[in-house]
Design a protein around this ligand. Structure first.
Ligand SMILES: Cc1cc2nc3c(=O)[nH]c(=O)nc-3n(C[C@H](O)[C@H](O)[C@H](O)COP(=O)(O)OP(=O)(O)OC[C@H]3O[C@@H](n4cnc5c(N)ncnc54)[C@H](O)[C@@H]3O)c2cc1C
Length: 540
């Protein structure tokens, strides 16, 4: 009896071992398939890059004749505006420059034209930089002490690995850029104000004017307190993450997954210079990246369910010194402690919100007012700039914007065309935040370790996910495949070399856990548009 049981157990173990081997084999096969797809698409991109380079250089030369210096002043838009833009942050100011260059009469209303001092939007992914080039705005990262970013350093339990952006097929200036958000915005505002047809005004938009279900313009209060009503065929609302106006255009479902505690480390040598740093800490990840030649931004995540320690009563300094410092790479300890002692600690709320098409004719939402994701992967500006590229192309052939209902119907396609870039970045941000956070659940812990080890393998295993994260390869399906390749890799690791029932069960839970992370996000992003993307070329 005992011997027959032992034979069965040996057979089962062999079977489970075989399954483990198969798991790893499937993970490798999936990766090879993904690699093949990426290789083919990158080869295509390289061709496109070379073809457009001449055109790009010509346009850059033309743009260089415009002077970018000088204070932000009113532009020269004669006549009534065709487009009103609410908010001149990243989205609003980039949009104003682009539409103004296309000959549109644009009025931009921004509540505060002084340089913002915020902890958001400081790392622009290379995919976002490519969008800046497409919009002719790449000079806005010049002269602001912006730092080039070439990839990420990933840290977990004392181990570290470097993940480089796959930039081999791009022009030499293409890389990530990190900077003071306010300096970048101010550069774009100056450029917008100097663009013929663009008028930039300081004022706070109080409400949208709606007549018979169509937005006709806005009511706003000037700096001097005067209330003004102004009309335009199209109003584009870019009033940011705390938008007051989006509620009249859509039904926003804002989630608050966590907060970031922010410090600036001075004269600190990062373990990987010119790289972003992600520390897989407990309870959740921490980030570091340079924002000037001598300053490093550090963001410490506090999960939504946890109380943010008080800064005023010293709880925060204590938390940072006792819980955070021991988890940081030793190279930055001294600079981090000095930053705590200097006391310049800020807290920002992290929001995420799926995009909801705006059904009211005469208006459209853009930027964070329209769509948000966890800032862990620094994707917000890339999505906003990518949306602007799409919207600009759609609006360009239209001579007349006055038929609001027809325009609204025409712009419906915008929500599909934007999907590949937006969905890839949004899904990855949501999924990575969950996978990179510590958990009491053993399956999640295994998934987290598998993710770190998978990325550490290098080659296609890191290039693929990093290309997705950086906006260089906006393919939601490739993302889903990599995600499951990580999960299958995790199962394979669990079953090899000595499989057991317990470990097989854990492997099954790991797959279930990975599915429960990725599928709700994919569903919120819209499965149809992710699986069957619509390209702008098929529309225009
Ligand atoms: C903590 C944190 C860190 C982040 N880090 C990154 C990062 O590293 N990389 C990245 O790509 N993204 C990052 N993001 C996301 C990124 O900051 C946003 O996606 C981006 O700023 C969106 O630009 P926006 O123009 O929509 O909003 P904003 O840049 O916030 O601009 C909104 C503008 O509207 C103005 N405004 C608001 N209300 C009114 C009104 N009623 N009338 C007139 N004007 C008004 C505001 O003054 C502001 O200038 C981060 C986000 C957070 C929360």
């Amino acid at each position: 009896m005992a011997s027959s049981i032992s034979v069965i157990i040996t057979k089962m173990n062999n079977y489970i071992g075989f399954m483990g081997f198969m798991g790893i084999a499937i993970a490798f096969a999936l990766c090879f398939f993904v690699f093949l797809l990426d290789f083919l698409s990158l080869a295509g991109k390289k061709k496109i890059n070379n073809e457009t380079q001449g055109e790009e250089e010509e346009r850059i030369n033309n743009n260089n004749s415009e002077s970018e210096e000088g204070p932000i002043s009113q532009g020269r838009a004669d006549g009534d505006p065709e487009i009103i833009i609410v908010g001149a942050g990243v989205a609003g100011s980039a949009l104003a420059c682009s539409l103004g260059k296309d000959g549109r009469r644009v009025l931009v209303i921004e509540r505060d034209l002084s340089e913002p001092d915020r902890i958001v939007g400081e790392l622009l992914q290379p995919g976002g930089y490519l969008k800046l080039i497409e919009l002719g705005l790449e000079d806005c990262v010049e002269g602001i002490d912006a730092q080039r970013v070439y990839g990420y350093g990933l840290f977990k339990d004392g181990k570290r690995t470097r993940l480089s952006y796959p930039l081999e097929n791009y022009r030499s200036d293409v890389s990530g850029r990190s900077f003071h958000n306010g300096r970048f915005i101010q550069k774009m505002r100056v450029k917008a104000a100097k663009t013929p047809n663009v008028r930039l005004e300081q004022g706070t938009v109080i409400s949208l004017i709606e007549e018979n279900g169509t937005v006709k313009g806005v009511n706003y209060k000037t700096k001097e307190g005067k209330q003004i009503t102004t009309y335009a065929p199209l109003t584009i609302v870019c009033d940011g993450c705390c938008s007051n106006l989006r509620r009249s255009l859509c039904n926003p479902k804002v989630d608050i997954p966590s907060s970031f505690v922010a410090l600036i480390l001075k004269n600190c040598q990062l373990p990987y210079p010119n790289h972003g740093h992600v520390i897989l800490a407990d309870p959740s990840p921490m980030l570091m990246y340079p924002i000037s030649s001598f300053e490093t931004r550090c963001l410490v995540d506090i999960p939504g369910g946890q109380k943010v320690p008080s800064i005023s009563n010293g709880e925060m300094a204590h938390y940072l010194k006792t819980i955070v410092v021991p988890q940081l790479p030793p190279e930055v300890h001294t600079a981090f402690i000095s930053a705590i002692d200097e006391g310049n600690i800020k807290v920002a709320t992290n929001r995420s919100m799926p995009a909801t098409p705006c059904s009211t004719p005469g208006a459209i939402l853009l930027g964070d007012a329209f769509n948000m994701r966890h800032p862990l992967t620094g994707g917000g500006m890339t999505v906003a700039l990518s949306d602007i590229v799409v919207l600009r192309k759609l609006l360009k052939p239209l001579d007349d914007l006055n038929d609001a209902v027809a325009l609204n119907e025409y712009l419906e396609v915008f929500y599909s065309i934007r999907k590949p870039v937006a969905s890839t970045i949004n899904t990855l941000a949501g999924a990575l935040y969950k996978v990179f956070s510590a958990s009491d659940d053993q399956a999640r812990t295994e998934l987290r370790q598998a993710c770190f080890d998978y990325l550490s393998l290098g080659g296609v295993f890191s290039n693929g996910p990093v290309a997705l994260l950086s906006g260089l390869n906006p393919k939601p399906l490739t993302l889903v495949m990599h995600f499951f390749a990580v999960a299958i890799y995790g199962v394979g690791r669990l079953l090899l070399p000595f499989p057991s029932f317990k470990r097989a069960f854990l492997g099954a839970r790991l797959i279930t856990d990975a599915s429960s992370i990725i599928f709700p996000i994919v569903k919120a992003e819209g499965i149809k548009q992710m699986v069957f993307p619509v390209s702008i070329d098929s529309i225009l």
